[in-house]
Design a protein around this ligand. Structure first.
Ligand code: PMP
Length: 352
């Protein structure tokens, strides 16, 4: 706390990031990064840009990237927004679409940043409870409110939402913006992009951080009606019109265009996930149905915190959340087959 801080800054809680430890080499299954490197084409494109002219500002409209995304998704460039990671797009979307005089609706167990953005913009969250199995009843998302945001699949439960449920949300709430955060959608869930041209209130947000192995590049994108995209652009240009730098732009375009590499790595992660799930089931774990690049697991007799600490001592990092209801669970990112083999050996020994 400082006397120089504004009341807004004084009200914000310090951020606790997922661990990026440097004390020794861990098998790092704690921040849902992709275990495979980015597309070689993306790396080559970025190297070429570094050798060119970084003296010049980048294109403030990120046109190359918007064109590539428009082509790939059969949309017009005016239906696409790009930002510095999907986190930045989420922040812009909260500012652009959620009326602070009304609550924003999101599930009671969900991506922790929604609460942070709501607070920053003075919006009150209204948490819609998930059931015992962490399932969501979309019919509870209605009434007097200023907007809705839901990740698909949800985080940290990894549970997907059927496209039919997204349609119900949109039909029930035509006067508010519905944001579907598809950070993990490529690992087996159904994307809502196909609905963008039919529903002017839908914003779908995706990222290069997970299925394209480019968390370090900080590029995300959103699909929506022209009016929503125009709203996001107005907010963005009031902060910083150059959100995507020249290197990131070149890498992002090449990554988007390398469909074959994306498909191959995504399929590998999904196949590994399915093998890990079967093995954990034979070890007695409860596992939520995952369509993400992570699994959410609970052992019936061993406390999650204890297991988290023991795994850490053995050189395997996973994520433990000290929050009610989910403190019985660990979130484990899917690594390479070799990494997951070690994880499974260690965990089998620990629950012995
Ligand atoms: N949405 C969800 C549900 C996430 O879990 C994350 C990252 N962990 C993000 C958005 C943000 O991803 P990025 O800013 O790297 O695109």
């Amino acid at each position: 706390m400082s006397k120089y801080w504004s009341p807004l800054t004084a009200s914000l809680e310090p951020y606790v990031p997922g661990e990026q430890p440097k004390d020794k080499t861990y098998i790092k299954l704690n921040t849902n990064e992709n275990p495979y490197p980015p597309s070689p084409n993306a790396i080559a494109a970025m190297k070429a840009v570094i050798n060119e002219d970084l003296r010049l500002y980048p294109d403030p409209n990120s046109e190359m990237l918007i064109q590539a995304l428009a082509k790939q998704n059969g949309l017009s460039p005016k239906q696409i927004f790009v930002g510095n990671g999907s986190d930045e797009i989420l922040a812009f979307a909260f500012a652009s679409f959620f009326d602070p005089s009304k609550p924003v609706l999101f599930p009671d167990i969900t991506y922790s940043f929604y609460k942070v953005y709501a607070k920053f913009y003075g919006i009150t969250p209204k948490l819609i409870p998930l059931d015992e199995q962490f399932l969501l009843d979309v019919n509870q998302f209605k009434g007097e409110h200023g907007g809705i945001i839901i990740p698909n699949p949800n985080a940290p439960t990894a549970i997907p939402m059927p496209l039919a449920d997204v349609k119900v949300l949109l039909d029930n709430n035509p006067d508010q913006v519905v944001i579907i955060d598809e950070a993990y959608v490529d690992f087996g869930a159904e994307s809502a992009i196909a609905l963008v041209s039919s529903y002017p209130n839908l914003l779908v947000i995706q990222t290069l951080s997970k299925s394209r192995s480019l968390a370090g590049l900080r590029v995300g994108y959103a699909f929506g009606s022209e009016e929503l995209i125009e709203g996001l652009n107005r907010t963005k240009n009031s902060f910083n019109s150059y959100t995507i730098d020249r290197v990131a732009l070149a890498g992002a375009v090449a990554a988007i265009e390398d469909q074959a590499y994306f498909q191959a790595t995504t399929e590998k992660v999904v196949a590994t996930r399915e093998r890990v799930v079967s093995k954990l089931q034979t070890l007695g774990f409860i596992i939520t149905p995952s369509k993400a690049n992570f699994v959410f697991i609970s052992h019936p007799t061993i406390a999650a915190k204890q297991l988290f600490e023991q795994l850490r001592e053995q050189g395997v990092l996973v994520r433990y959340f000290a929050s009610p209801r989910i403190d019985r669970f660990l979130r484990v990112s899917i690594g390479t087959d070799e990494e997951m083999k070690v994880f499974l050996e260690v965990i089998e020994r620990l629950i012995g």
